[in-house]
Write a protein that binds this ligand. Structure first.
Ligand SMILES: Nc1ncnc2c1ncn2[C@@H]1O[C@H](COP(=O)(O)OP(=O)(O)OP(=O)(O)O)[C@@H](O)[C@H]1O
Length: 238
């Protein structure tokens, strides 16, 4: 019981470095199961570095972090794939493989994470595609899809292994406002069904329209709208 109520993310006195430079100092926050949290801050303030630390792309060198039940400090290389099965990643660097269709893109991930049975793979793919409103897109090549449609498939891919948290870096960047709203709706639906979301964004309209807890990277620190009690208008200076 204790396990099920523990936060999905816990950071204690974390310092985030890029090379020899300190990007963020004394980072302390928790994200509870099913929470929705925005991550904001000016360009270069450390949002991506923080997200990359959470999925163990950027090694944690100082402080304690637990993500989806995994201790990130000194996490061993062979544990990282298991951690990443528990977190869905929607990142600019994690685009679709352009030389295969949507079904093949998703099959690739399932096979790489231990799925073997063809019928189960097929069912799971059709479930996640339905969830993002792309039930008919399985045989399409990425280049046959719009930017917003590709982003939906990237979200579907992130959902394949039923993650406890989705980490998203600017998922509505480069999309026009209506398409961005559609993508945001999908994140909200996923969140409503119990998956926590941590979303880095510069999109003021989205934050204004769907107010949630905000973590703000500023001057090498992470401020928390809940703890530091700043207003949403302040956080728009991003
Ligand atoms: N691979 C890297 N090697 C060295 N320094 C880096 C690397 N990636 C980022 N940095 C530096 O770390 C700092 C934080 O960058 P980061 O990408 O985390 O910011 P960000 O808030 O995500 O910015 P943006 O909103 O532009 O995506 C910046 O000073 C950046 O130049």
């Amino acid at each position: 019981m204790e396990f099920s109520s523990s936060p999905v993310v816990t950071l204690r006195d974390v310092i985030i470095y890029q090379d020899v430079n300190t990007v963020l100092n004394q980072v302390n926050f928790e994200i509870e199961k099913g929470e929705f949290v925005y991550l904001v801050g000016k360009t270069g303030s450390g949002k991506s570095s923080l997200l990359k630390t959470l999925y163990a792309d950027l090694p944690l060198r100082s402080g304690l972090a637990q993500v989806a039940g995994f201790k990130i400090f000194k996490i061993s290389r062979d544990q990282i794939p298991y951690l990443r099965r528990k977190i869905g990643i929607v990142f600019q660097d994690f685009q679709l493989l352009t030389d295969r269709n949507v079904n093949e893109n998703l099959t690739f991930v399932l096979r790489a994470t231990g799925w073997k049975e063809k019928s189960k793979i097929k069912n799971r793919i059709s479930e996640v595609l339905m969830r993002v409103g792309m039930g008919a897109a399985g045989s399409k090549m990425p280049h046959q899809l719009s930017g917003g449609e590709q982003q939906r498939i990237v979200i579907a891919r992130a959902l394949l292994n039923e993650p406890v948290i989705l980490l998203a870096d600017e998922p509505t960047g480069n999309l026009d406002p209506d398409v961005a709203k559609g993508i945001m709706q999908i994140f909200l639906e996923i969140n409503n069904s119990g998956t926590a979301v941590l979303m880095a964004t510069h999109n003021h309209h989205i934050i204004q329209h769907y107010p949630k807890r905000v973590l703000k990277c500023e001057n090498g620190q992470v401020l928390d709208s809940v703890r530091n009690n700043f207003t949403l208008t302040d956080s728009f200076e991003i």
